[in-house]
Ligand binder design. Structure first.
Ligand SMILES: *[C@@H]1O[C@H](CO)[C@@H](O)[C@H](O)[C@H]1NC(C)=O
Ligand SMILES: *[C@@H]1O[C@H](CO)[C@@H](O)[C@H](O)[C@H]1NC(C)=O
Length: 390
């Protein structure tokens, strides 16, 4: 009797997980392409569909990807590269032609919901570039207004957590002094156009720099005693939430409580250099698996409990041409052949081939959908059997 009720409970949990994933807005994923061995975007479209992932962030506006996701249910954030910012800030018509060439041909078929203007601009320490960011964002926004697209497509930018001077305790979060003259008007603009502030946040970086001081469990969302912010009495049991709340505090010091923070990148490498402590498939599986569960449960941070965290995991694939330490090439949930790097409970399906005729593609999709339902049913049965055997 006891075993039966456990197995029923597990069944119910599985059922809930699946249905939350399909109803909520779910986790997003970064589709980075710094590699020479990735599957075609058409095959990736099938993979993402099998994973029920409907939010994708690109680092550019790759027409092949946008075309391959025509008539899909996927929402795209597209990237406008740092190299364009200076020209757009001095000549706003360049922003308009970028949108006309890169976005407009796709927007009737592919859901493009956001343009991310520049990536981690403050990290470049290039003050010409940094001062181009806001004018470029304004040029992009004005162009969207001219084209009647500003309601459909939001304008934002993604920043590294390095813009913070202080991040602990979260209530004391503040920006680096030298960036404040740029960040103040930037936040005013976000507030004015009601667009979110994006942050790339990696507890892994903090952990690998201070593995003796930071409990691994705290970085990996594993059970741990956590810490209390003595100014607010809020309890933090994971570092990512503390980082997000530190950013909210920093934003507040510049007068804004009306700008939402979203996580444009976070992840954990499955492999690293000798000195990159913590990089392993086990830790990556815990980090991303636990994070997925928090997203599915629509958890908010302690300071913003009613705002579910909005997350784009980094990344879909291991990218073999990324420069830097070994970890940089090992953030993917999947190998380029579609096999999971580790198990986070996402079983994907990467088809071998996609025929170009869309009718055939739809047939293939239907076949694999049937296969997937059987696989899920099989998992449920299998789980029940295993529980009873214990
Ligand atoms: C994906 O979502 C559909 C409903 O939209 C659901 O039937 C299916 O079980 C989900 N699959 C996975 C792997 O979550
Ligand atoms: C910026 O403008 C200059 C001068 O027109 C041009 O040579 C350069 O290619 C432009 N840069 C980009 C990234 O479009």
């Amino acid at each position: 009797m006891a075993t039966r009720s456990i197995s029923f409970f597990r069944f119910l949990l599985l059922f809930l997980t699946l249905s939350v994933r399909s109803n909520g807005q779910g986790v997003g994923i970064n589709y980075g392409q710094i590699a020479n061995n990735l599957p075609s975007p058409a095959r990736v479209a099938v993979l993402l569909r099998s994973l029920n992932i409907t939010r994708v962030k690109l680092y550019d506006a790759d027409p092949n990807v946008l075309f391959s996701f025509s008539n899909s249910q996927v929402d795209f954030m597209i990237g406008l590269g740092n190299e364009f910012l200076q020209n757009m800030s001095t000549d706003p018509t360049k922003a308009q032609s970028w949108i006309q060439q890169r976005l407009q041909p796709h927007i009737s078929k592919t859901r493009i919901t956001s343009i991310v203007v520049g990536n981690e601009i403050f990290k470049t320490n290039d003050h010409v570039l940094i001062s181009s960011l806001l004018p470029a964002m304004k040029a992009v926004y004005s162009a969207l207004v001219n084209l009647g697209l500003e309601k459909q497509v939001t304008v934002t930018s993604a920043h590294s957590l390095d813009i913070l001077q202080t991040s602990y305790p979260p209530s004391s979060g503040s920006f680096k002094e030298e960036f404040i003259p740029y960040l103040r008007p930037l936040l005013d603009f976000h507030s004015q156009i009601k667009s979110p502030f994006l942050i790339n946040a990696y507890p892994f970086f903090a952990y690998k720099d201070s593995p003796k001081e930071i409990p691994l469990e705290y970085a990996l969302f594993q059970p741990n005693q956590g810490m209390v912010d003595s100014n607010t009495n809020l309890h933090y049991d994971n570092m990512l939430f503390a980082q997000v709340d530190a950013l909210y505090s920093a934003i507040k010091t510049l007068g804004h409580t009306d700008v939402e923070v979203r996580i444009s990148e976070t992840g954990w490498p499955s492999k690293g250099e000798e000195n990159e402590i913590g990089a392993s498939p086990e830790n990556a599986a815990l980090y991303n698996g636990n994070l997925l569960r928090l997203v599915q449960a629509r958890k908010g941070t302690p300071a913003k409990p009613s705002v579910p965290i909005d997350v784009y995991v980094f990344a879909l694939f291991n990218e073999n041409l990324k420069p830097g330490p070994i970890s940089e090439r090992n953030y993917g949930l999947f190998y380029p052949d579609g096999k999971p790097v580790y198990n986070v409970g996402l079983q994907g399906y990467l088809p071998d081939i996609i025929y170009s005729s869309s009718a055939t593609t739809i047939k293939i999709l239907n076949v694999w959908r049937a296969v997937m339902s059987l696989a899920v049913a099989g998992m449920i049965l299998d789980m029940g059997v295993k529980m009873r055997m214990r």
